[in-house]
Design a protein around this ligand. Structure first.
Ligand code: GTP
Ligand code: ZN
Length: 287
């Protein structure tokens, strides 16, 4: 008899699957089928106490992954929102923001940019740099997770959110503030399964309330987009959209081609040279 469940943690080729009654079963996949992610809805066959095999996964509403030329790594499935966690200190890598936005746009996932550590004096300058994204229509939320997590709550309600960000931006602080018992729960799962150390956890899903889930992914220093085509990357630059298809050449990459509508948009102030160079950087070096 197959049972429905939700992947709440991925440890390499082993997955923690939460069943409807809240029981967590440690599962493996059959053969080489290990392309599953936290947030996947699966059907499992129990094989012993607390153990099972994933037989199927259900269709996904979204799938977030990063890739280089050689391999792709699934980050999370069925998420509705990607929360990009930044901080003024240590300084964040701006291209990572554009990469996360491209990944979000290509999967139709809503991005939310959080500038954590808003209590630091360096935050004003970082916030000014992020105003570019606000002008594009993205929400940028200043937050001090250490002082008050409340401003984040309405943004998470009703969503399945994945937190992404470089190491040191404060993701663990955010998770702990949202779920003071998160550490305890992690310990509980490991001992219940008695499966030894969970050292390779790739991501973990937490229930915030009946309608809201949070997936914490480990620190990302890189966000390869080798799986996304140049046309998809271009479309993910929201402000380019009104001009796409209006260049003289249909395969225009908006470099020095004559009759380029995106360059005209730059002249008109509707597109910035910074975002155009970022687009070129991403199509030239997607991984
Ligand atoms: N001033 C200030 N510091 C913060 C805030 N949130 C987190 N920090 C500090 O930033 C440092 C990194 O926070 P973590 O939560 O460990 O960062 P992380 O993103 O989980 O990093 P990894 O665990 O490496 O992925 C810690 O020293 C935190 O105390 C904040 O709102 N304000
Ligand atoms: Zn063009």
């Amino acid at each position: 008899m197959l049972q429905h469940g939700l992947i709440v943690a991925a440890h390499g080729k082993r997955y923690d699957v939460e069943l409807h009654d809240g029981v967590i079963v440690s599962c493996v996949t059959r053969g080489k089928k290990s392309e599953l992610a936290c947030g996947d809805k699966v059907e499992i066959k129990p094989t012993g106490p607390g153990e099972g095999v994933v037989e199927n996964f259900l269709p996904r509403s979204s799938l977030l992954y990063r890739s280089n030329e050689f391999r792709k790594k699934l980050l999370a499935a069925n998420v509705t929102q990607i929360v990009i966690v930044l901080a003024a200190k240590p300084s964040f890598y701006p291209e990572l923001v554009d990469r996360c936005l491209v990944a979000a746009e290509s999967e139709g996932i809503r991005p939310l940019i959080v500038l954590n550590k808003a209590d630091l004096p360096e935050s004003a300058e970082a916030m000014a740099r992020l105003s570019l994204y606000q002008r594009l229509g993205y929400e940028v939320l200043p937050l001090s997770a250490k002082q008050d997590i409340a401003p984040l709550l309405p943004h998470l309600h009703g969503q399945t959110s994945v937190l992404v960000g470089q190491s040191g931006m404060g993701k663990s602080t955010i998770v702990n503030a949202l779920l003071p018992d998160a550490q305890a729960r992690t310990g509980e799962i490991s001992s219940a399964l008695d499966s030894g150390k969970h050292t390779t956890t790739a991501a973990r899903l937490y229930h915030l309330d009946a309608a809201s889930q949070l997936i914490d992914s480990p620190g990302l220093q890189e966000f390869g987009l080798a799986h996304i085509t140049p046309d998809q990357i271009e479309y993910a630059f929201l402000e380019f959209r009104p001009y796409l298809g209006k260049c003289r050449f249909s395969d225009c990459r908006h470099r020095s081609e004559p009759g380029c509508a995106v360059h005209e948009a730059i002249e008109a102030g509707a597109v910035t040279t910074g975002r155009l160079s970022c687009y070129h950087q991403l199509i030239d070096h997607p991984a």
